[in-house]
Design a protein around this ligand. Structure first.
Ligand code: SF4
Ligand code: SF4
Length: 201
């Protein structure tokens, strides 16, 4: 007869005193540990739509679709919960301080309709004013502009991203022809006119 090891005996005695290691699910809702690696979730406040998470996902559990129509361009990023292996690579690679997508403690993922096994997030896109091709997500351009500081002004696209963020120009192409609009900013100007065309004062 095989005798139990000391460790197993000790654990059995401990379980008798402090109770079993397992929870009483489904009779009582299961509360996972704080560090439990559950389903990743997008965060509306932080995701900038850069697609770094899609790039690194080893399971192909993140995808996206760029829809451009009627003057509106939107990127929808999908996270497929039935393909995800909860590895956390997306969170590790997220450029938004690892907050755009984060592992949660959500573990109860049973569903009947597999077509609903996803979550998604929408980000506005910036498109090329000449050919209409997608340049990047608007918030991604703002993210780049913020990090580059004044260096961003060497790129007209980033420069205009900042001006739009500040409300100094809008998306209307007619703004090019208005006073204090982009056409003025791309001229050689004295300090006074530069201030007027940039800050409007
Ligand atoms: S946790 Fe891993 S498998 Fe799941 S979406 Fe993130 S990178 Fe992909
Ligand atoms: S900001 Fe983070 S969550 Fe959003 S697309 Fe980029 S890597 Fe993914």
């Amino acid at each position: 007869m095989k005798l139990p090891k000391i460790r197993e005996l000790l654990e059995a005695v401990k379980a008798l005193v402090v109770g079993p290691y397992t929870s009483r699910f489904p009779r009582k809702p299961h509360v996972p540990f704080k560090s439990f690696r559950g389903q990743p979730q997008f965060n509306e406040d932080f995701c900038v739509g850069c697609l770094a998470c899609e790039e690194v996902c080893p399971a192909g559990a993140i995808g996206h679709n760029d829809a451009v129509s009627g003057g509106k361009a939107v990127r929808t990023i999908y996270h497929y919960t039935d393909t995800c292996i909860f590895c956390g690579e997306c969170e590790a690679a997220c450029i938004a301080d690892h907050k755009g997508i984060k592992l949660s403690t959500e573990w109860d993922l049973a569903f009947f309709d597999r077509n609903r096994a996803f979550e998604s997030i929408d980000r506005d896109l910036v498109t090329c004013e000449r050919c209409g091709a997608v340049v990047a997500a608007r918030r991604h351009l703002q993210w780049i502009t913020d990090r580059l500081g004044e260096l961003a002004f060497s790129s007209p696209t980033l420069y205009q991203t900042k001006l739009k963020e500040l409300g100094l120009i809008d998306d209307n192409p007619a703004a090019v022809h208005r006073e204090n609009a982009r056409s003025d900013r791309l001229k050689t100007l004295c300090a006074h006119c530069r201030r007027q065309t940039t800050a409007g004062a």
